[in-house]
Design a protein around this ligand. Structure first.
Ligand SMILES: [Zn+2]
Length: 316
């Protein structure tokens, strides 16, 4: 008599181990106090154990119950190999977590300018762009967006990065609107701030934090240019492709000896191994920039859409 194998259940389990515990304890002490982006720094510590690399693969435990039909072992193996059992179909792409930071908030109003009898505050423009950016980004499969603030309140710069790290963010994008640095030039246009250092901590989220930031920065500038927003004529960014990198003025260094960043967000992001950039979309102080890019929700949403497309292109 032909031997038959009866299966009550075919279990297909694909298991992928989570990565080890991350301990990015980075004590930071600073005497920086030079701009609204710069503040006394506190500890970024206790980066919680990450669960991010625990992908959907780990959850693919597929149960296929037999009914009355008898199945041979050979058939069962073939079915898995051919994908007839859903084991592979449920494997989703790795989720990317992007932390969007609406700059300022609460008492920190950012730059301000009166137009048409109304005092326009940077913090509100940032919030609109950021929330819109979150929506556009999340239209892409496998992208999760977290916001550092969900209302009109302030939080410290170091805590914004800490929040991103604690929530397993892969990228950090701080949303701002600019104001001219001197009275001599009525600056206009866009720029992106990124780290000046190639310091790469061992627990970094990407192969090169510096290269990831550069790629994202260039992509955003390019998309904003297409929208009609030129590279800014301030901080020499017209000669650097719209990218602003500033080193500390107090001689502080990263563990590899390279000079630390001037801006707190970038300093904290680099130390945490988290690609972090600051997007200065347009100049609220410039009437043309305001009228063309900042004066309505629709115009702010267009900036967000350009950002979203640029971010996705740079990370995929
Ligand atoms: Zn700002």
């Amino acid at each position: 008599m032909k031997k038959k194998l009866f299966f009550c259940m075919v279990m297909v389990t694909i298991c992928m181990c989570a990565c080890g515990k991350k301990n990015a304890a980075t004590d930071m002490e600073s005497s920086h106090d030079e701009t609204h982006l710069y503040e006394s720094q506190t500890d970024i510590s206790t980066v919680e154990e990450t669960t991010q690399e625990e992908t959907a693969l780990e959850e693919v435990a597929e149960e296929t119950e037999c009914t009355e039909e008898e199945t041979t072992l050979e058939n069962a193996v073939e079915a898995v190999a051919e994908g007839n059992i859903d084991a592979t179909e449920e494997v989703k792409p790795k989720q990317v977590v992007i932390c969007i930071d609406p700059g300022h908030g609460g008492d920190s109003e950012g730059t301000k300018q009166e137009y048409d009898g109304i005092l326009v505050m940077e913090k509100n423009l940032n919030y609109r762009i950021a929330t819109s950016l979150k929506w556009y980004l999340e239209q892409n499969e496998g992208v999760k967006v977290i916001l550092t603030r969900n209302g009109d309140y302030d939080l410290s710069l170091s805590n914004r990065i800490k929040y991103a790290v604690d929530n397993n963010a892969d990228y950090f994008v701080s949303v701002h609107v600019n104001s001219r640095s001197t009275d001599e030039v009525d600056s206009h246009g866009c720029m992106v701030l990124m780290s000046c250092s190639r310091y790469q901590p061992s627990n970094a989220k990407v192969a090169s934090v510096y290269d990831s930031e550069m790629r994202m920065a260039k992509s955003i500038i390019s998309k904003l240019n297409v929208l009609g927003l030129p590279i800014a004529n301030d901080w020499n960014t017209e000669n650097t492709g719209g990218i602003l990198q500033r080193v500390t003025t107090v001689g502080e260094t990263y563990p590899d000896g390279s000079l630390a960043d001037y801006y707190t967000l970038l300093y904290c992001g680099t130390k945490a191994g988290l690609p972090s950039i600051i997007v200065e979309h347009a100049f609220l102080s410039n009437k043309g920039d305001y009228r063309n890019f900042l004066s309505t929700n629709e115009k702010l949403d267009a900036l967000a859409k350009a950002d979203a497309e640029a971010i996705i292109e740079s990370i995929r």
